[in-house]
Write a protein that binds this ligand. Structure first.
Ligand SMILES: Nc1nc2c(c(=O)[nH]1)N[C@H]1C(S)=C(S)[C@@H](COP(=O)(O)O)O[C@H]1N2
Ligand SMILES: [Mo]
Length: 521
């Protein structure tokens, strides 16, 4: 035995610690609610029988969670040591053990409400780290094992003195294990820092007292059909699209915006200065150019902010300008037609969404909202710079990648009820869904079953032309398999085109069509 069990166990513990560190960093960078270990601790707390939990809280006070996390880390250290020790003879057992621990981690992570599959990524990162580091460290130990001895073991000398090679092999292992431990510790610290800056911004956000109002949803907007998409999209359910790998975390006190370019007078506004200005509030439906026909990359919210038209008026825009190049704190850019920012629509630098300060993912502390334009040419999140310019002098993030320079929202409509592939009782069937043509408005919606005649739907109310509208219609349907399609008509009388076009370069078109089965009563 030229390597001790302790060395093998150490390899396991170092690998384990490295995996915990990378998963912790990943969780913090991705802004996942809790790192896997904490998620597991919370899962345990949630499932602990009431009496045990109470006793725990009684004896430990508010320290119950840190203590539990400590206990879990202790158990993990033992399991990691076992995994390393097992790697000596049965490496597959170590892999199995790490795999099992990862599975428990996933269980913890996905025990929260509203999780996405990407929330499991930190655990996968940790598992990969475990296996790679263990493999590398164990390889070194195995090499030492295979080195020739200085002499045959005898009665008097059961452990012959180590050769120089064996000695340096052991040293190599220790240096390797030590380096990994140092890198892991540094990784953990970076994770902590990333998590802290997020928490600081979250705290600053919670302390804000903005002069914005809570939304009151106009009753007329509800068509009253079960299963239809709610007219207002809660912040937590609002679709998220951005290129940020790490969501920018900006404290309001550190934010400012520069308005410059083809203007008489350059302006710089701090967050304080911005929110002290006259506020505007309105319902605006935002959607993504990548939304397929029938897709759900669309949401409707009550936005509060400062009209960009007012700011541009203060700056004094040159008559030769026709665009504003917006830049986000993370470098993302979009080019917006100047006209849409200065006409009568409520284009704003938004600070509030549904009566709360903007959520961090939706652009805190300030983002742009422009009714009638797709997000990729207008809705800059974490916006810090507005350059008044000309379209023939700029390119922006998505236009560089083949998307259209201009992005007015295309009229569209969607069937929510019944869902595609569902059964309904034959007879009088209710169809319902959403339709939109932001800043033009919808005047009618029609559905047709199996290429039959078009039936006009009833429209719910809307406060302006800038939002989507709910619709419903009943049609008599025979038993059997059917399709149903929908089309809208806008307020200028133009019908929605049935011509099928992909999302690239400027938004999808076509009639949303679904299949359903009408069953015999
Ligand atoms: N900084 C920044 N802002 C951005 C984007 C981005 O990638 N980075 N994506 C845009 C796109 S394509 C859309 S559709 C909207 C989505 O806004 P949401 O995530 O708040 O729904 O943000 C826009 N603003
Ligand atoms: Mo988008």
């Amino acid at each position: 035995m030229r390597t001790s069990n302790a060395a093998w166990s150490l390899a396991g513990v170092v690998a384990g610690g490295a995996g915990l560190a990378t998963s912790y960093l990943a969780a913090n960078l991705m802004n996942i609610r809790e790192a896997p270990v904490v998620a597991v601790a919370e899962l345990v707390i949630r499932h602990a029988p009431g009496s045990v939990a109470e006793e725990g809280i009684d004896t430990l006070g508010t320290a119950d969670k840190p203590v539990l996390v400590g206990v879990i880390l202790g158990i993990l250290a033992i399991l990691f040591a076992v995994a390393g020790w097992q790697a000596r003879r049965r490496w597959w057992l170590s892999a199995l053990l790490f795999g099992t621990i990862a599975a428990v981690g996933l269980l913890g992570v996905f025990s929260y409400k509203n999780t996405e599959s990407s929330d499991g990524l930190p655990v996968i990162v940790g598992l990969a780290t475990w296996l790679v580091v263990l493999f590398v460290l164990v390889e070194r130990l195995r090499r030492v094992e295979l080195l020739p001895d200085s002499a045959e073991p005898t009665e008097e000398q059961p452990f012959p003195p180590l050769t120089d090679e064996q000695r340096s092999g052991r040293r190599g292992f220790l240096i390797g294990a030590g380096s990994v431990a140092v890198v892991a510790a540094a990784t953990g610290l970076v994770g902590r820092w990333a998590g802290r800056s997020r928490r600081n911004v979250e705290k600053a956000r919670n302390l804000l007292r903005l002069n914005i109002s809570k939304p009151t949803v106009p009753a007329a907007t509800k068509i009253g059909v079960q299963g239809i998409t709610p007219w207002v999209t809660p912040n937590d359910d609002f679709y998220l699209i951005d290129t940020a790998v790490i969501v920018p975390t900006i404290e309001p006190q550190d934010w400012s915006i520069r308005i410059h370019g083809m203007v008489d007078k350059e302006l710089t506004l701090t967050y304080e200065q911005l929110v002290r200005r006259q506020m505007t509030e309105s319902w605006v439906t935002l959607n993504c150019v990548s939304n397929e026909v029938g897709g759900d990359l669309i949401g409707n919210a009550w936005w509060s902010g400062v009209r960009i038209a007012d700011l541009l008026e203060d700056a004094g825009v040159s008559p030769d300008a026709d665009a504003v190049l917006q830049t986000s704190q993370d470098g993302w850019t979009c080019g917006t037609p100047l006209e849409a920012l200065t006409d009568d629509r409520d284009a704003m630098l938004a600070v509030g969404m549904n009566g709360e300060p903007l959520p961090i993912e939706h652009g805190f502390p300030v983002r742009t909202i422009v009714p009638g334009l797709y997000g990729y040419v207008s809705a800059c999140k974490w916006v810090v710079d507005l350059e008044v310019t000309r379209f023939d002098e700029i390119t922006a993030f998505w236009t560089d990648k083949g998307w259209s320079e201009r992005g007015p929202v295309k009229m569209s409509s969607r069937i929510d009820v019944p869902r595609h592939g569902h059964d309904v009782p034959a007879g009088v069937v209710t169809f319902a869904g959403m339709a939109w043509s932001q800043h033009t408005g919808i005047s009618g919606v029609q559905v047709a079953v199996d290429d039959g005649e078009w039936h006009s739907a009833l429209l719910a109310g809307v406060p302006s032309t800038d939002t989507w509208v709910q619709w419903k219609v009943t049609v008599n349907v025979e038993p059997g398999d059917h399709t149903v399609k929908v089309r809208a008509v806008d307020k200028t009388g133009r019908p929605q085109t049935g011509e099928v076009q992909d999302v690239l370069p400027d938004g999808a078109t076509g009639w949303h069509t679904i299949e359903f089965r009408a069953t015999e009563a």
